[in-house]
Design a protein around this ligand. Structure first.
Ligand SMILES: [Zn+2]
Length: 201
């Protein structure tokens, strides 16, 4: 949340603007109201002709040293699919094609929405970008499940596996929440659980 006005630099006051129903950063200098809204994370589960999955080992915080699907914040003036392809190039040096929606996850606790695509690697080229320590293609049995960086990555991989087993391609959506003690025993992921899942297709 911003502390100073992005237009005039005056310190912001946290208050509910007239006609609004939640607290915003309001500039007492120029009157500008700063809205903090959720951000969109886009990424890809890309496979090669043998069905191996492209994974990146993170070189940057958070979760340095843990594995992720290539993903990052959507930029202005690009579509979600374009953003996912850009992130895959930036983090893994790989070109992807045949992109189709795979998962959309709401994470209201941290103000993010994940949009992950299934995709096919266009060729064998890959190289760790500045945000990755290493990149690699993983057989399903060799995916480092205990060292995945984010719940959204795990849930995306799991949904992909379910579809592949069934021979279908569907869109899975849901909300990621902090797991309760009972959830933790059931989910297999240490901190989070997927609720309100809807499967389309
Ligand atoms: Zn201002």
């Amino acid at each position: 949340m911003a502390s100073f006005c992005s237009r005039c630099g005056t310190a912001l006051t946290q208050k509910v603007p007239d006609g609004d129903d939640r607290t915003r950063g309001v500039c007492d200098g120029c009157g500008f109201i700063h809205y903090d809204n959720p951000r969109v994370v886009v990424g890809a589960l890309a496979t090669d002709a043998q069905g191996r999955v492209l994974l990146c080992k993170r070189a940057i915080a958070p979760r340095v040293g843990y594995w992720t699907l290539p993903a990052g914040f959507l930029e202005l003036n690009e579509t979600a699919a374009e953003g996912a392809a850009r992130e895959t190039m930036e983090e893994a040096g790989a070109t992807i094609v045949d992109m189709r929606p795979l998962t959309t996850f709401d994470i209201p606790r941290i103000g993010q929405i994940y949009m992950m695509f299934r995709a096919r690697l266009a060729g064998p080229e890959m190289a760790a970008g500045t945000e990755s320590l290493e990149v690699g293609l993983y057989e399903w049995a060799d995916i480092p499940w205990d060292d995945l960086a984010f719940a959204a990555v795990r849930f995306t991989l799991e949904r992909f596996a379910i579809d592949r087993e069934a021979g279908v391609e569907r869109l899975h959506s849901g909300t990621i929440q902090i797991a309760t003690e009972r959830d933790k025993r059931a989910s297999g992921w240490p901190r989070s659980i997927l609720v309100d899942e809807v499967v389309v297709g």
